[in-house]
Design a protein around this ligand. Structure first.
Ligand code: M6R
Length: 608
């Protein structure tokens, strides 16, 4: 959702802002804009639609400035329109500001300003209020004015502010929406995410919630909510700009699908030594683990689907009966939580608001929080007791692919570790399982080497208007994830179902040529799946079945059979999702969709 970039330095801010906004496009947006200080005034340029529209608008204008802010907007209050795009200015055009989040009390603040100032509102946004409010408090010190304004604001916001009368200064504020500071030489930056600044610096300061940054080209000062100057955490980015580039692939999504062998390998090997599991940020003792009488796994979308599979792994390896819940439902469902509860939050971005708020609810009730997150320093990690980092690198495509398989790897390791702590699995057994996990990246590679086969299936099916998925046990959960992947990038109507549930209603939808993808990778459920396949074949369905390499030949029963390399039943999801990601990808391309940025979706969902 909305992307923020800000620059103060010696170079021309304009190309830096535009370039930064391009790197933030993956977050999802419907309009964009910049504000720069130029010739003793603030100059604002904004446009509805793609960034190209903004670029066209400023093309040919000689814009030069050493100070500026830029924004990609994902509309919440007010339709996507030039006037609602950021940056917003105060009526006197002294202040320009960009915002990611929602100001919950903006109507109240609007009537306060209408009564107490001369300001004139131009847009339908909640954001515009911020510029007017800062100007209302402005008495020659931008930092103080921003600080005073935020004391009146309720909701979630990261903001970037510049002022016509202080053209050497950029102010950034973070509250419940992401913001980082990039430290350069004779230049500094603010941004919603690292890719926006990676071209210029790898040195990043992580600011926390309710913190304020006063930034000039040579100096960054960070203050807490009581205006005490504080030392923020410094962080050196370990990946480089190429990681956030397409590197010859047509789309980020495809590149990320193909990065999985490496991403999963990194996530695994970072946490094992001599076939033993060693976590950096999880030091739960046996006694502590035993004291948890409830374990919840929470997430949204793909992260939730990973959690569903983690639930099986925890049961199998550690004998733990965890509950996996959708974060947006969990917190409105009176969850029973106390100090003997462990909450495992899964999130790529670490910023998903529903997951973050569920975490906070659980913390309030004294639960311990273990997070499985990809983005270092994100909000969820900062508020967690234990952290497992998926080491997948930046995931730019809106559809989560490589981070899903890294999350599964994290959940397998965690379950094995808990099982070992509780002595449910011996040291020898754990070595056996780890050896099996070590073989996974090569098996993923093998599936990717066969991607042409999937492209062929896509070419036969891309005009289909509905595709169903079915399976049992972890195969049912991978059916959910496969269906979500297809829906979000192909826009094909799709659902997934437990195969045993079919005849309780859904089978009524099956008719001649209905395309059904079935998963039959669980050895102990193989015969049951065969019965389910026969049921739908008898009603005319066209069935593609995913099986393990060495399973019984079922080619006369199905229209197509796809084989995945052999692995233990519990580990099959990390393999069987690969052809399904490829299928969704190719169908999306064949339908002419914007694969990396599907309609109506944002990479990081920072509103409810
Ligand atoms: O950043 P998170 O993992 O918390 O995001 C959760 C979901 O929004 C995300 O997985 C979403 O479902 C993806 N677009 C799925 O591909």
């Amino acid at each position: 959702m909305c992307g923020i970039i800000g620059y103060v330095g010696k170079k021309n801010a304009v190309p830096i802002l535009i370039d930064g906004l391009k790197k933030l496009e993956y977050r999802g947006y419907d309009s964009s804009g910049i504000a720069i200080y130029n010739d003793n005034s603030l100059s604002i340029h904004k446009s509805k639609g793609k960034l190209k529209n903004l670029e066209n608008k400023i093309e040919g204008k000689t814009l030069y400035s050493n100070l500026g802010i830029g924004h990609t907007r994902w509309a919440t209050h007010g339709e996507p329109a030039d006037v609602n795009s950021h940056a917003h200015t105060s009526t006197r055009e002294t202040i320009a500001e960009i915002h990611n989040g929602i100001i919950e009390n903006y109507l109240e603040l609007k009537s306060f300003l209408q009564k107490n100032s001369q300001c004139v509102f131009k847009s339908e946004t909640d954001t515009e209020i911020i510029a007017h409010l800062i100007d209302y408090f402005y008495e020659g010190n931008l930092f103080d004015a921003v600080y005073n304004a935020t004391q009146k604001m309720e909701g979630a916001y990261s903001i970037g502010v510049i002022c016509k009368d202080e053209p050497n200064k950029l102010i950034g504020v973070r509250k419940d929406s992401p913001l980082i500071i990039g430290i350069g030489e004779n230049e500094n930056f603010i941004a919603s995410d690292i890719p926006a600044i990676l071209k210029y610096t790898k040195d990043v300061l992580l600011i926390e919630n309710n913190q304020f940054a006063e930034i000039t080209k040579d100096n960054v000062k960070v203050f807490d909510n009581d205006k005490n100057e504080i030392k923020s955490k410094f962080f050196k980015v370990t990946w480089d700009e190429e990681c956030a580039e397409k590197e010859g692939f047509d789309h980020f999504t495809l590149k990320e699908i193909f990065e999985q062998p490496k991403a999963v390998h990194r996530t695994l090997h970072h946490n094992i030594k001599n076939n033993e599991i060693h976590f950096e940020n999880i030091n739960i003792t046996k006694d502590e683990l035993k004291s948890f009488n409830k374990i919840y796994i929470l997430g949204c979308g793909t992260a939730y689907n990973a959690g569903l599979i983690g639930k099986y792994a925890l049961k199998k390896f550690a004998g733990i009966n965890a509950m996996c819940e959708i974060a947006s439902e969990f917190r409105y469902n009176d969850p029973i939580i106390d100090e003997n509860t462990l909450v495992i939050c899964i999130s790529q971005s670490g910023e998903t608001l529903d997951t973050l708020q569920s975490l906070r609810l659980a913390k309030e009730k004294r639960a311990k929080i273990l997070s499985i997150v990809n983005i270092v320093g994100s909000s969820i990690t900062r508020e967690s007791d234990y952290i497992f980092y998926t080491l997948g690198g930046p995931e730019i495509g809106v559809a989560s692919t490589k981070i899903f398989t890294c999350q599964l790897m994290g959940l397998y390791l965690l379950s094995l570790h808990f099982g070992n702590l509780l002595r449910r699995i011996s040291d020898d057994e754990i070595k056996f399982y780890i050896n099996e996990l070590i073989s996974i990246p090569d098996k993923i590679q093998k599936l990717l080497d066969d991607s042409e086969k999937i492209k062929q299936i896509a070419s036969e099916q891309f005009q289909n208007e509905s595709i169903f998925y079915m399976g049992r046990n972890v195969d049912m959960e991978i059916a959910y994830e496969s269906s979500l992947k297809l829906k979000e990038i192909s826009y094909i109507n799709s659902f997934a179902i437990g195969a045993g549930e079919l005849k309780h209603g859904t089978i009524a939808l099956v008719k001649d040529e209905t395309f059904v993808i079935s998963f039959a990778t669980q050895e102990f459920l193989f015969d049951k799946m065969i019965s389910n396949i026969k049921e739908i074949k008898a009603r005319g369905a066209y069935v593609l079945t995913i099986v393990k390499d060495e399973c019984k030949d079922i080619s006369d029963l199905c229209d197509k059979v796809l084989k995945i390399p052999y692995t233990l039943d519990i580990f099959t999801p990390i393999l069987s999702i690969i052809p399904m990601q490829l299928l969704a990808y190719h169908i999306s391309v064949m339908r002419g969709n914007d694969v990396d940025k599907p309609r109506n979706l944002a990479k990081s969902v920072t509103v409810e």
